[in-house]
Design a protein around this ligand. Sequence first.
Ligand code: GUN
Ligand code: ZN
Length: 434
Amino acid sequence: MKLHLGEIWHLISNPFFADAMDTALQAIPHGALLVDDAGKIAQIGAAADLIKAHPAIEIVDHGDSLLLPGFIDGHLHYPQLDIIGCYGEQLLGWLNRYTFPTEAQFSDPDIANDTAQRLITELYANGTTTAVLFGSTHASAAATMFQAALDRGLRAIIGKVSMDRHAPVGVLQDVDSDLRDSEALITQWHGRAGRLHYALTPRFVPTCSEALLAGIGQLHARHPDLFVQTHWAENQAEIAWVKELCPADCDYLGVYERHGLLGPKTILAHAIHVDNAMLDRVAAAGAILAHCPTSNLFLGSGLFPLDRVQAHDIRVVIGTDIGGGTSLSLWRTLEETYKVQQLRGKSLTPAQLLYLATLGAATGLGMQDQLGNLLPGKAADFQVVDWRRHRLLAARFTRDLTPDEKLFALITLADDRVTDRVYVQGREVYVQAP
Ligand code: GUN
Ligand code: ZN
């Protein structure tokens, strides 16, 4: 058992509900987290009380630093780490010009492993402890990512990408071998260490034939507990293309529905150009939407209709969508979440923003019993935020600010400079160099 001391902030309820708006963010200025040997939070409270209750315990004193739940990144592409900021174009041009040629290189085990290791370092450096990841087409690269996550403590949902058309041969795979590879990865990795999960990952309709989607649908029917992740309604040219490719379907969503791929563990990334009738169907299926604001701005895709989505009671996670997105930092991603809704005339509160990257995301993934805040019984997945490492934040925090004011300054200014340490299941997985 260990007792971690610091200023604790976390969400204890949903600040999007009017009656919880002012009480959802719990701040404990001189706080303590008691972490048991199984890596779970045993107690949370005032430091003075917990020290008194456990006089002989090992203490880890983080001083004035903040203890926050680890961030959850609900959508990103592991092979795209090194194409962040590739200049120009919207989705389809960007995929053809940069993304597919880069992903083709992931048949090389050295590139796959080097990138997986660097990605985990970047995630931890940004306070992210759970990630929902697309791999490349190659089963070996997905296995490498799983192994890296297993070795280094990351909590992850990972899938090998399935695609068999409209892309260069280096990223395509025929249906039978794709399904065999996916099945083998499920057998080997799904449920490992209690923190690794497999996601069936048809890239999106334009790169998946009818036969491939049907095969993945059958695989899903055999393994209904698997996540499914794909893209939906990101870009107008993409949507027009799907209309051409599937003229008999009522719309883009209808293709996924017809193949049995829309369910309560399906994560649809983007969902920008969507009407209320489509959102009714997403809600009826209980599916999850991944909002990726830095990507949506960078690729000029559009503005996510968060209020309409929430009015339909649809769960939302926030994704960095690397490499269409521009930062691995959930702080930076929350800032853009705020700005996208500002452009739509909606001002999110600091607590609502933090919720989206922590408890809201955990709820989105159905993992709220385990993750999302620092209440007893949850996994001890947390980040130590040392605002002193950022000059402007250090100056700002000397003033008498409320936790909400400090939180909003962090959302606007913080990046990997402030991440001092990261713990997953109570185990230290990252320490910033002094
Ligand atoms: N749609 C299909 N593939 C991708 C991808 O890699 N990134 C984004 N942003 N959208 C996609
Ligand atoms: Zn994506």
